[in-house]
Ligand binder design. Structure first.
Ligand code: ZN
Length: 173
């Protein structure tokens, strides 16, 4: 797979994906599809969010979009040059578009999404040379853990246990 860089990953990358996983856990507790994202700049976390599509009833409330909005607010700038994004699931077309528009330097994702992922699965938007900005893409970071939490969520639904009731804190990031 093009872009695989396991050997060059720093410990820091796994640590940041750990924070993204923690966000995914929060999504799970809120009855959301468990996807979490953090954005890091110069070693500082400037955006941190989990999927809130159900809570907000907003089709654009994916973890990456919410985290990008936070990071842009932090810098008071839409340009997130030099930022690294860590997300537990391969980004969809909307999020990949936002990543390109924000000029994010590097994207680490965990599990591949064969149904909606466009960073290697259905297509590869982030590495398409026709766009004038191309982030570096590092797939498969903590892929097992990132996939497990999704499996847990969908198994729960299949088994008829339903979706857990959102807690009051689900609106808080
Ligand atoms: Zn998305």
């Amino acid at each position: 797979m093009a872009g695989m860089t396991y050997g060059s990953l720093l410990d820091g990358d796994s640590r940041y994906m750990g924070y993204a996983l923690r966000e995914a856990e929060r999504a799970l507790e809120c009855g959301e599809v468990p996807v979490g994202c953090v954005i890091v700049h110069d070693g500082q976390i400037v955006g941190k969010a989990h999927n809130q599509r159900e809570t907000l009833q907003d089709p654009t409330a994916h973890a990456e979009i919410l985290a990008i909005t936070q990071a842009a607010a932090h810098f008071r700038s839409w340009r997130l040059e030099g930022a690294k994004l860590y997300v537990t699931l391969e980004p969809c077309p909307m999020c990949a578009g936002a990543i390109i528009l924000a000029r994010i330097a590097e994207v680490h994702f965990g599990a591949f999404d064969p149904k909606a992922g466009v960073c290697g699965s259905l297509m590869n938007l982030l590495e398409d040379p026709r766009f004038n900005h191309r982030p570096r893409v590092c797939p498969g970071l903590l892929a097992g853990e990132c996939g497990d939490i999704l499996t847990r969520f969908f198994r729960r639904i299949r088994e008829g246990a339903g979706i857990p009731k959102p807690r009051a804190s689900c609106d808080d990031i």
